[in-house]
Write a protein that binds this ligand. Structure first.
Ligand code: THU
Length: 140
């Protein structure tokens, strides 16, 4: 998926989650077999995508959320509304995939307290604010 501009169309949580799922086949996860996809909505209505990209040197692995955020930054978009995160672990779909601490710290760098983080819970989506998942965070 290339980044997509939705002009005048409301991107609901459900739509953003469906878009995140489109990224799962691109996830490169031969070591953990955990596939993660993310769809990041900008305040201007554009959606950027990310998937996790693993490496044989494990620490070089990058999470789906940060791939999406860094892609957006590189394209000149810096204002974000929401991110939907989906994943498959051992073939199980629908388990909530919460962002890891490093991804939350990166969100803290670029997003407001009310930035919305959407995860799957069974067949439903649940959303949290960045403030809820990272009440306090490092900043300079
Ligand atoms: N992963 C993500 O993509 N996002 C997260 O927030 C947590 C973890 C990926 C990284 C790695 O490829 C796999 O999940 C197992 O940790």
């Amino acid at each position: 998926m290339d980044d997509m501009l939705f002009d005048g169309v409301e991107i609901t949580d459900d739509i953003l989650m469906e878009l995140a799922k489109e990224l799962l086949p691109r996830s490169y996860a031969p070591y953990s077999n955990i596939n993660v996809g993310a769809a990041l909505l900008t305040k201007g209505g554009k959606v950027y995508f990310g998937c996790n990209v693993e490496n044989s040197s494990y620490s070089a692995t990058m999470c789906a959320e940060r791939v999406a955020i860094y892609t957006a930054i590189a394209q000149g978009d810096t204002e974000f509304e929401a991110i939907a995160i989906t994943g498959i672990k051992n073939g199980d779909v629908g388990e909530p995939f919460f962002p890891c601490g490093s991804c939350l710290q990166v969100m803290r760098e670029f997003c407001d307290d009310d930035f919305k983080i959407i995860v799957e819970k069974g067949f439903e989506n649940e959303s949290y604010t960045l403030k809820e998942l990272l009440p306090v965070g490092f900043s300079l």
